[in-house]
Design a protein around this ligand. Structure first.
Ligand code: MBD
Ligand code: FE
Length: 283
């Protein structure tokens, strides 16, 4: 790890994640929630907060510190980061109760739409001197009944071998280690890239400071983010992890599922190879 002078600051990655979220489709007001349902959910959230205060004798200084901290999360733009790390996994768990096929998991704050489209056998955009173990993920996209899904899109993004995401850290070329791979007529794909490093929540922002104040660790295990789309099918948003990697059993974002852990084998040329097939249900 080289988290030295060109580490992304929390302010920058948090603010970039906020800008990216504001530009996305998932906007306030789009949920169409009835007043009764708003009342039910907001009451439940407040009840939980009230219970935490009452059960643990929260003091005035602690209450004021909490207010200052909440303001700082907003001012630094870290709400998307905080929400995706500490809350999204439960929303995903609820959504997944109705879903079949490949397991999903959280999207997180670092997806960017409209990345370069690549053929079914593809190398993700990377720097000439991109560090990290070469990694090739290949597989097939299928319907639940086994029919190959021709032209399915495998939209992939991941951190580099220092744990940084392009678009959210300084010094990385736009689109680095991001791409939309289009499966062939047989639904097959092969994506060559490099092994990502674990991701550390920026320790200099309010999310990182809260984690430190609680004595927790700020790490996510190494992962590939993948969104799989095919006409007439439900889009899967998921992540793939690596067996034996650090933080696999203690992901700060609680987003690891056993079905999503890969076991790549390094071949004689030094490339870590692994296959993973995606199964999409009809929309
Ligand atoms: C990430 O890379 C990520 O995937 C999630 C879910 C939250 C923060 C950073
Ligand atoms: Fe991530």
């Amino acid at each position: 790890m080289s988290i030295t002078q060109d580490s992304p600051t929390a302010a920058r990655s948090g603010a970039s994640a906020s800008e990216s979220f504001k530009a996305s489709k998932e906007r306030r007001g789009a949920a169409d929630t009835s007043p009764e349902r708003v009342s039910t959910i907001v009451s439940a959230v407040l009840k939980g907060v009230h219970a935490a205060i009452s059960d643990h004798d929260v003091t005035y200084p602690e209450f004021q510190a909490a207010k200052a901290w909440l303001m700082e999360v907003g001012e630094t733009g870290e709400w998307p980061l905080f929400m995706d790390v500490f809350v999204e996994h439960v929303v995903e768990e609820v959504a997944s109760r109705q879903q079949h096929g490949t397991k999903g998991t959280i999207e997180g704050p670092y997806y960017l739409p409209n990345q370069v489209r690549l053929p079914s056998t593809a190398v993700l955009p990377h720097r000439d001197d991109e560090a990290g173990t070469p990694l090739t993920l290949s597989g097939q996209v299928r319907d639940l009944d086994g029919t190959p899904l021709a032209g399915a899109e495998i939209d992939t993004w991941h951190a580099d071998s220092d744990g940084f995401y392009s678009g959210f850290a300084p010094g990385l070329p736009d689109g680095n280690l991001r791409g939309v791979v289009v499966a062939g007529d047989d639904g097959q794909f092969s994506i060559s890239t490099v092994q990502p490093a674990p991701y550390q929540i920026p320790t200099d922002g309010p999310t990182g400071k809260m984690i430190e104040a609680a004595g927790w660790h700020p790490w996510r295990p190494a992962h590939l983010h993948i969104m799989v789309r095919a006409a007439g099918h439900r889009t899967i948003t998921t992540q793939l992890y690596f067996a034996g990697g650090d933080w696999l059993d203690s992901d700060v974002a609680e987003a690891v599922k056993p079905e999503l852990v890969l076991e790549p084998k390094v071949d004689e040329t030094g490339i870590a190879r692994v296959t993973y097939d995606f199964e999409l249900e009809q929309a």
